[in-house]
Design a protein around this ligand. Structure first.
Ligand code: CP
Length: 337
């Protein structure tokens, strides 16, 4: 039977859905303890010396990729960045072959972003000796963004327990919204979702959230207005979207709308934001905005995640399940590899 301390750790981070309330709180608290490191003149600690982290990104990223890189380097890990355009997948290599190739170089952690939901779980079956972190998979999950947001809320007087977070915009295609809906059920904060019907997933109520189509009606009583970018890259032809002007009129956060909120209501956005679409520049740059706090806390939370995972990955071995399976099949046929 595992001890409470061991229960705080896990080999992979696929999503908020896999974590208990205690594990989420532990990672957020660990992240809080790392904030100070980034504010020191010398931003270095030896925690991950001798560990190797590979960032493997098949979608564009500014915040997540850079913060994983900074987090690893500030903790003295060796960090390597690979993007789709510079990897051999651009020459026809499969994702699995690329991942197995990188795993053969014995990294401790692979941080993966991919447009296909479930990519990390799929790869983990073939890479049992490498820890995998989901840095965003399609419209499925983005766990480290949620840990980042929770840390930002923890640094607020209100904390996150019992607050009302109003998530506005393209809920249907948002991995961030989905991960928050899962986290809220575990941690006891309330979520309101606001979107036109075309940008809401079917049966979203099953997550225990309140659903609004009128943004103005959802604002009073909100502690956080959490704005989302419209994920134009994930919109399909049959998903109608109004013009940018119409969208901003109905679902954009501007000063006039912010005035409907209570004095302590804050504004958050996971980024990248489209000024003038889901958020006006004056609100994004206002004293209510916590957007750059989220970015700062993203580094601290990723330090926590890397530290937790590097403490748990099994010792590397040379053979992968795929190779073992292939060898068994060959031997069964009386051949040698
Ligand atoms: N929030 C977020 O995932 O931003 P990036 O796409 O820049 O990583």
């Amino acid at each position: 039977m595992s001890t409470p301390h061991q229960q705080m750790f896990f080999q992979h981070l696929f999503g908020i859905g896999q974590l208990s309330k205690e594990q989420i709180e532990h990672l957020v608290s660990m992240g809080e303890s790392f904030i100070e490191l980034s504010r020191r003149p010398i931003k270095k600690a030896p925690t991950l010396r001798g560990k190797t982290v590979i960032n493997l990104f098949f979608e564009n990223s500014t915040r997540t990729r850079t913060s994983f890189e900074i987090a690893g380097k500030r903790l003295s890990a060796d960090v390597i960045n690979i993007s789709a355009s510079t990897s051999a997948t651009s020459k026809g290599e499969t994702l699995l072959d690329t991942a197995e190739t990188l795993a053969a170089m014995q990294p401790h952690v692979l941080v993966i972003r991919h447009s296909i939901a479930g990519t990390c779980e799929f790869l983990a079956d073939f890479l049992p000796h490498t820890s995998i972190v989901n840095a965003g998979d399609g419209a499925h999950e983005h766990p480290t963004q949620i840990l980042t947001d929770l840390l930002t809320l923890k640094t607020q007087a209100s904390g996150y327990e019992g607050i009302t977070m109003t998530i506005v915009g393209d809920i249907a295609h948002s991995r961030v919204a989905r991960s928050h809906l899962l986290a809220a059920q575990k941690l006891g904060y309330k979520v309101r979702v606001v979107a036109p019907k075309t940008l809401l997933p079917s049966q979203v109520e099953q997550y225990g959230c309140e659903v609004f189509h009128n943004f103005d009606e959802a604002i009073p009583g909100s502690d956080v207005l959490y704005m989302l970018r419209v994920q134009t890259e994930r919109l399909t032809d049959n998903c109608s979207f109004p013009s940018i002007r119409e969208y901003h009129e109905a679902y954009g956060l501007n000063r006039k709308r912010l005035a409907l909120a209570g004095d302590n209501c804050v504004v958050m956005h996971p980024g990248p934001m489209n000024r003038g679409v889901e958020i006006s520049s004056d609100v994004a740059d206002s004293a209510r905005s916590r957007i750059l706090d989220q970015v700062e806390h993203g580094v601290a939370v990723r330090m926590a995640v890397l530290t937790a995972l590097c403490g748990t990955a099994p010792e590397p071995e040379k053979r992968t399940p795929r190779r073992e399976k292939a060898e068994a099949a060959m031997q069964a046929q009386g051949k040698l590899l």
